[in-house]
Write a protein that binds this ligand. Structure first.
Ligand SMILES: Nc1nc2c(ncn2[C@@H]2O[C@H](COP(=O)(O)OP(=O)(O)OP(=O)(O)O)[C@@H](O)[C@H]2O)c(=O)[nH]1
Length: 805
C-alpha cells in the first residue's frame, strides 16, 4: 500500500522526516535487516501465520523512524481521550482525540473547540487544539481487544515524526515515557486508518441494509388502501378472499408496532446536534418551578443600571481611623439622616468618647446582627451620582485578620488607612503591624487599585505637615510595589482628616499643598475590574441566615443571577432555586450583575445549615469545579523564623474567596531561579523553597473545595496561605484535578411535596473520588477522568495516570 497516496497529509511529514532518516539510514538498514532475519527465524521456528509476520515487519519499519540515540530531555504531553463507544464515520469527525503540534493545520470543527474548552475547563489537559487530520490516525487492534472499543491513535509515521521533531510520544496506559522500547511496544499491532475506515464502512453498510429491509417490511404492514389491503396485495386482490384474510390476521397479530429505529450510523451524528438543545432545556425534573410561579412578598425594585456597583474595603492598622472615615463618607453622601446622627453623637457622649460617634455609623448593622446576620465585617452602602458602593470596614486588630480577608475578598477597591499621628504610622508599619499585612492580603485577594489614605492629618502632632505626609508616602511606596506587587499607577495617595471630613468631599484650605482630587472623586474615578456577565454564574457564599426562608450572602463573581435561577450549592450539590435577590440597600430586585454584593433567598433548602461560608452557588447544570488537589504558583513572602523553608508536607491555612481551611503542600514541582544572564527559568523538583521565592506547587485540601483557575475567574483562583497568624504566601491556581460529582438522579415529575423533598435529599448527595491517602504516596496514581460527550460531563474515573506532565 502506498501510504502517501492514502494519506496525502503525510507528504509534508515525509519531507521533514527525510533529513532524520538519511542520517540514520545506514544504521536503520542494518537494524531492519537484523530485525527481519530475526522475524524470519521466528517464523520458521514457530510456523506463525503470515499475518503475524507482516505485522512484525511493520513494527520493524516503524522502528526505523525512531532514533535510538536521542532520549528527550523533557517529554511533551500529547493529550487524548477515549471515545465513549465505537465511533461511526460521522462521529469520527467529532473526536478531537489527539492533540499536539503538527505540521498540517486542518479546519478545527466547532465540536472540537467545544470539547477542548470543556477539557481545559475541567483540567483534563491543556488542549493543543487538534491539528492532526483524521487520515493520520490508526486504531491498534490490541486496544479494541483490551477495552472492547477502539481508541484512536496516531499513524506510526506521524508518531515517529512527533518523536523525532518534538520528542513526543505516549503509551497505552497513558504514561508518558522517554525510551524507545516503550514506543515500540505501543505501536504493536496496528490497523491503518484505511483498514479501519473500510471496516466501519462495511459494518455501517450492513446495518443500513438491514434497517432498510426492516423499514420496507414495516411500510408494507402499514401502507394499506382504504379497504385495508396492502399495496403488495393489490395484485392478488380479488383472486381469493383467503389471501386477504391471512394478511389481516397477520396485521392484527402485530398490532401497530412502531417503525424500526434507524441504525446508530444514521442517528449518531444527530445525537450530537441534539445535545445543543438539551443544554438549554434541562431534561431533569427535580422540583424547580417556572419563574411565573414564584410569588413575591415585597415590591420588586428596578435594578439601578445608571450607577456602577463597586465594593470598597477599608483596611489598615488598628485605630488608624477606618470606621471614622466610613462614617463620615456615609454622613457626607447623605446615607445617615439627622436623627440617626444625633443618636450616635449622644451615644458616644454617654460613653465619654465624643469623637467616636462617626465610627458608630458603621455599627448600623447591629440590629441586623441581632436578627441573625453574622457578617463580622462592618458593612454599609453609599451612593454617589455615578456609583453604588458597598463599604466594608475591616477590623484592624491582628486577631481579626481572617475577617479582614473576608472583607477584602468581597472588594474591588481597597483604601489602606494610615494614621499620620506621631508614633502611630511607625507602629502600624512595623514588621508585625497590620498596615503591611493588610496591604499584602488585599493585593493577593484581587484588589488591584489601592487608595492610600493618610489620615489624622489634622492631629496635633501632624498639623497638615507636608514633610510628614511625604515621609509616609516614600516610606510605604517601595513596600507596596516590591513586596505586595502593586504597580505604581495602581497606587493613589491622599492626605485627609477622617474626623473633620477634610479632603473627603471638599479640599480643605488647611492643606494648600495638596491640590489633587478629593477622596470621593478618587473613588468615583476608579474603573471597576472587568467581570464576565456572560460567564458561568458563580457566587461564593460569605454567610447565611434564616429570614422567612434561607438567605445566602455573597458577591456575584461571574455571570448574572436572576429570580428563578436554578442553582446548586457546591460542593454538596444541593439543588435550590432563587426566589428573591436583595441588593445592598436590601431592596428586592429581579437580577444582579457580576460585582454586586447581594443576599439571595432560595427555596428547596429549608435548613440554613446546609449552606455555609465557602460554598459556591452555581447553575445546577453548570457546576462549579470541585477539587481536592490543585497546582498553583506561590509567591512566598516571609516564612516563620522557626519554619524557614517549605518542603512537601508543609501545612498551613488557605484563604480562597470565602473559604478558610487547612491545606498541605504535596509537591514542589518547580522553583523560579535566575540563570547566569539574569533570565528567569523554572528549576524542576526542588527539595525545598525559602522566603521570597516563586514556586509551582501541588496543594491538597482536607475536603473538596470549589475554585476556578486564576486565568478563568481571578477572584476564585487566587488565595493566601497563613501560618500561625502570619501571611506567608500568595498564590494563583494554575490547574486542578476535578473531583467527580455524582449525577443527580431524575425525580419523576409525579412525585410531589414532601415525597419529592425526600427523593431530593436522597439524590442530592454528592460523591467524589480521590482524597485517598494513597493518592500522594505514589504520584502516578491519579485517576484518568473520562469525558462523556453525550452528557458533557466527566463520567468516571479509572486507571492510573499522571494529571500533570
Ligand atoms: N484627630 C483625629 N482623630 C481621628 C481621625 N480619624 C479617627 N480618629 C480617632 O481615632 C480613633 C480610632 O478611630 P476608628 O475609626 O475607630 O479607628 P479604626 O481604624 O476603625 O479602628 P479599628 O476598627 O479598631 O481597627 C478614634 O478616637 C477616632 O476619633 C482623624 O482624622 N483625626
Amino acid at each position: 500500500m502506498d501510504k502517501k497516496e492514502d494519506f496525502p497529509a503525510l507528504g509534508s511529514l515525509e519531507k521533514k522526516k527525510d533529513a532524520n532518516q538519511q542520517s540514520n539510514q545506514k544504521n536503520k538498514k542494518k537494524e531492519d535487516k537484523k530485525e527481519d532475519e530475526k522475524k524470519e527465524e521466528v517464523n520458521t521456528e514457530t510456523q506463525k501465520p503470515v499475518e503475524e509476520v507482516k505485522k512484525a515487519k511493520l513494527k520493524a519499519t516503524v522502528r526505523t523512524f525512531v532514533p535510538k540515540s536521542s532520549v528527550p530531555k523533557e517529554p511533551v504531553k500529547i493529550n487524548y481521550y477515549i471515545p465513549h463507544e465505537e465511533p461511526t464515520l460521522a462521529e469520527m469527525d467529532y473526536f478531537p482525540t489527539l492533540g499536539g503540534p503538527a505540521p498540517t493545520a486542518p479546519v478545527v470543527s466547532d465540536a472540537q473547540i467545544r470539547h477542548s474548552e470543556f477539557l481545559e475547563r475541567h483540567e483534563l489537559f491543556k488542549p493543543y487544539i487538534c491539528l492532526i487530520p483524521k487520515e493520520l490516525w490508526y486504531v491498534p487492534q490490541e486496544y479494541i481487544d483490551m477495552y472492547g472499543f477502539p481508541i484512536m491513535s496516531l499513524l506510526p509515521e506521524l508518531y515517529a515524526y512527533l518523536w523525532n521533531t518534538y520528542n513526543i510520544f505516549f503509551t497505552p496506559d497513558a504514561q508518558w515515557q522517554t525510551n524507545s522500547s516503550t514506543v515500540m511496544s505501543t505501536l504493536g499491532e496496528l490497523w491503518t486508518h484505511a483498514e479501519w475506515r473500510d471496516r466501519i464502512i462495511a459494518k455501517e453498510q450492513k446495518e443500513i441494509e438491514e434497517w432498510e429491509r426492516e423499514m420496507r417490511e414495516w411500510e408494507e404492514e402499514n401502507l394499506e388502501d382504504e379497504d385495508g389491503v396492502s399495496i403488495d396485495e393489490m395484485d392478488s386482490y380479488g383472486k381469493g378472499k383467503k389471501n386477504k384474510k391471512n394478511k389481516k390476521k397477520k396485521k392484527d397479530d402485530k398490532g401497530k408496532r412502531p417503525p424500526p429505529p434507524p441504525p446508530k450510523s444514521l442517528s449518531s451524528y444527530k445525537r450530537f446536534e441534539k445535545k445543543k438543545d438539551e443544554t438549554v432545556v434541562p431534561k431533569k425534573n427535580i422540583g424547580f418551578k417556572e419563574v411565573s410561579e414564584i410569588t413575591f412578598e415585597e415590591e420588586v425594585v428596578e435594578v439601578d443600571e445608571t450607577r456602577q456597583p463597586s465594593s470598597l474595603v477599608f483596611i489598615g492598622h488598628v485605630d488608624a481611623g477606618k470606621s471614622t472615615i466610613c462614617g463620615n463618607l456615609m454622613f457626607m453622601t447623605g446615607m445617615v439622616d439627622e436623627r440617626t446622627t444625633e443618636k450616635f453623637k449622644q451615644e458616644a457622649k454617654e460613653k465619654n468618647r465624643d469623637s467616636w460617634w462617626l465610627a458608630y455609623v458603621m455599627d448600623i448593622n447591629d440590629d441586623e446582627k441581632s436578627k441573625g446576620k453574622t457578617v463580622e465585617v462592618g458593612r454599609a452602602t453609599m451612593e454617589t451620582p455615578t456609583k453604588r458602593y458597598t463599604i466594608f470596614d475591616a477590623p484592624g486588630h491582628k486577631n481579626y485578620v481572617p475577617d479582614m480577608i473576608m472583607g477584602a475578598a468581597m472588594a474591588d477597591v481597597a483604601a489602606l488607612v494610615i494614621s499620620a499621628r506621631k508614633g502611630e504610622f511607625e507602629a502600624g508599619f512595623e514588621r508585625d503591624g497590620q498596615t503591611r499585612e493588610h496591604a499584602q492580603l488585599a493585593r493577593s485577594l484581587g484588589v488591584s487599585k489601592l487608595v492610600v489614605v493618610v489620615n489624622k492629618m489634622d492631629e496635633e502632632t501632624v498639623q497638615w505637615n507636608e514633610a510628614r505626609y511625604n515621609d509616609i508616602v516614600s516610606g510605604v511606596t517601595p513596600f507596596l510595589i516590591e513586596q505586595c506587587g502593586y504597580k505604581r499607577e495602581d497606587l493613589i495617595f491622599i492626605p485627609i482628616s477622617g474626623l473633620n471630613g477634610q479632603n473627603i468631599e471638599k479640599l480643605t484650605p488647611a492643606c494648600t499643598w495638596y491640590q489633587g482630587p478629593t477622596l470621593i472623586e478618587i473613588l468615583d474615578n476608579i474603573e471597576p475590574p472587568k467581570r464576565n456577565a456572560d460567564g458561568p454564574l458563580r457566587v461564593p457564599v460569605l454567610d447565611k441566615m434564616k429570614d422567612r426562608g434561607v438567605v445566602a450572602f455573597g458577591k456575584v463573581e461571574s455571570g448574572v443571577i436572576k429570580i428563578g435561577s436554578k442553582l446548586a450549592v457546591m460542593p454538596n450539590n444541593l439543588k435550590c432555586q432563587v426566589v428573591g435577590i436583595y441588593n445592598c440597600k436590601l431592596e428586592l430586585v429581579r437580577y444582579a450583575n457580576p460585582g454586586e454584593n447581594i443576599q439571595i433567598k432560595v427555596r428547596m433548602i429549608d435548613d440554613e445549615n446546609l449552606i455555609n461560608k465557602g460554598d459556591v452557588l452555581c447553575p445546577y447544570d453548570n457546576l462549579a469545579p470541585l477539587t481536592d488537589l490543585f497546582e498553583a504558583e506561590l509567591s512566598i513572602l516571609e516564612l516563620l523564623p522557626h519554619r524557614p523553608i517549605i518542603t512537601p508536607g508543609y501545612k498551613s491555612m488557605m484563604h480562597l474567596h470565602t473559604i478558610s481551611d487547612e491545606i498541605v503542600i504535596q509537591t514542589l514541582a518547580g522553583v523560579y531561579e535566575l540563570d547566569g544572564s539574569g533570565k528567569e527559568y523554572l528549576k524542576k523538583n526542588p527539595k525545598y523553597c525559602k522566603s521570597g521565592s516563586k514556586v509551582i506547587v501541588k496543594i491538597s485540601t482536607r475536603v473538596p473545595v470549589c475554585l476556578e483557575k486564576y486565568e478563568f475567574i481571578e477572584h476564585m483562583g487566587r488565595f493566601t496561605l497563613r501560618d500561625e497568624g502570619r501571611t506567608i504566601a500568595l498564590g494563583k491556581v494554575l490547574r486542578y484535578k476535578p473531583t467527580v460529582v455524582k449525577k443527580v438522579e431524575e425525580i419523576p415529575s409525579n412525585v410531589e411535596g414532601d415525597q419529592a423533598k425526600d427523593e431530593e435529599s436522597k439524590t442530592a448527595s454528592f460523591e467524589y473520588t480521590g482524597s485517598e491517602t494513597t493518592l500522594f504516596q505514589n504520584e502516578k496514581k491519579y485517576d484518568v477522568l473520562v469525558y462523556d460527550p453525550e452528557e458533557d460531563t466527566i463520567v468516571t474515573s479509572s486507571n492510573a495516570a499522571e494529571y500533570t506532565e
